[in-house]
Design a protein around this ligand. Structure first.
Ligand code: UD1
Length: 366
């Protein structure tokens, strides 16, 4: 059996690594296709190195463009690869333009699609990712869900065949790589920080970066926090900040370059709290038992909010300050934002990738 895996953006490298390992352990041949959506070494090469992903069999070199142009170029290039490679399955991950292009190219060629991280919904169609998720799910023969909420979302859209609750491959990756990260020099010490003596923030969603007023408000709030705020910058955020939003006093803000995966895990683990608009970072905060303050109005990872470990504050200064006050008053016997305190295993047992590899080898219902 041959499986084509389509990746292209930073979080997809994190998701694909445990799956690649699990496929290899079962003796399944994998053709790794990198669309080139992320091309900066700090967003791509460093991840391949740290995650021990073998170099892609096909690098399509597509790069940045408008959504339609980027997705269209990927579609054409992925189709050519799949037409030659003729895999038994195409695996797509998450919700980026690479996911959409991979799912569409495969489905049109009659190659069955398996979607890792199926069923996530923000119910906000203004997010490009929401469109990618909905389309990818409706094109997939196998829907590999990380959470119960994801499987429920699919059911609500009438998708019940081929749905499997497997757990979250990002949890697999975090467990596996945290041990490796801890053997490396600590980025916390390198930045002159004490454990729990800083906040970690990331902002990269277009809804936050492309609205100068909103970005300025968020950055202004972060600058006033009571401890250093480490801010690893996505290239788009860096551009937006250079264009003006960082014009005010920087206060507590400490912008740094994009963090590697292993450094990010350690920066997350030792932060007092994490403030982010990223999906993956919200989950990693939960895995590591660190309070997360989400700079969005909604989340796909609703269980972290229900468990009291994630506060949705949007770009609202009052709600952000309230959440910070809750973290300061947190007694650790409970969850920081309410709830019982015990962190349930919401994302599986750390073996989601093995479950995926096993499901791929089963005879499929027609
Ligand atoms: C993509 C995903 C998003 C995911 C994120 C992870 C889509 C629609 N979005 O967003 O879901 O959370 O990846 O990081 O697919 N750029 C560089 N260097 C690079 C890549 C991009 O400088 O290597 C800059 C370019 O200016 C580009 C911009 O970042 O225009 C946006 O990149 P793009 O690939 O379109 O999406 P992301 O914002 O990274």
């Amino acid at each position: 059996m041959r499986i084509a895996s389509i990746v292209g953006a930073r979080p997809q490298f994190v998701k694909a690594a445990p799956v690649s390992r699990a496929l290899a352990e079962r003796g399944l041949a994998e053709v790794l296709v990198h669309t080139g959506q992320h091309y900066d070494p700090q967003l791509s090469d460093v991840f391949f190195e740290q995650l021990k992903l073998r170099p892609p069999d096909h690098h399509l070199g597509i790069g940045s463009a408008s959504h339609g142009a980027q997705t269209g170029r990927m579609l054409e290039a992925i189709e050519a690869v799949l037409a030659t490679e003729r895999p038994d399955w195409t695996l797509v991950y998450g919700d980026t333009n690479s996911t959409l292009a991979g799912a569409l190219a495969a489905a049109k060629l009659g190659v069955p699609v398996a979607h890792v991280e199926a069923g996530l919904r923000s119910f906000n169609r203004a997010m490009p990712e929401e469109i990618n998720r909905v389309v990818a799910d409706h094109l997939s023969a196998l829907l590999l869900c990380p959470t119960e909420a994801a499987a429920r979302n699919l059911k609500a859209e009438g998708i019940t065949r081929g749905v499997h609750l497997v757990g979250d491959v990002m949890y697999d990756s975090a467990l596996y790589n945290l041990r490796l990260a801890e053997q490396r020099p600590s980025p916390v010490a390198a930045l002159g920080l004490a454990e729990r003596g800083y906040y970690l923030a990331t902002i990269h969603r277009p809804a936050n970066t492309d609205d100068p007023e909103r970005l300025g408000r968020l950055v202004g709030e972060l600058a006033q926090l009571d401890a250093p705020v480490i801010l690893p910058l996505h290239p788009r955020t860096a551009k937006a900040l250079d264009a003006g939003a960082l014009g005010g006093p920087r206060g507590s803000l400490r912008p740094i370059g994009p963090a590697s995966y292993l450094d990010m895990l350690l920066l997350e683990r030792h932060a007092r709290a994490i403030l982010s608009d990223s999906g993956g970072v919200q989950k990693e905060a939960y895995f590591l038992g660190v309070p997360c303050i989400t700079l969005r109005a909604e989340t796909e990872w609703v269980e972290t909010v229900e468990a009291g470990w994630n506060a949705l504050v949007d770009a609202d200064a009052v709600r952000l300050r309230e959440a910070i006050a809750r973290v300061a008053a947190w007694d650790r016997a409970r969850a920081p934002f309410g709830g019982s305190g015990a962190r349930r295993n919401l994302y599986g047992d750390g073996h989601a990738a093995e479950a995926i590899a096993e499901i791929l080898t089963r005879p499929q219902e027609k």
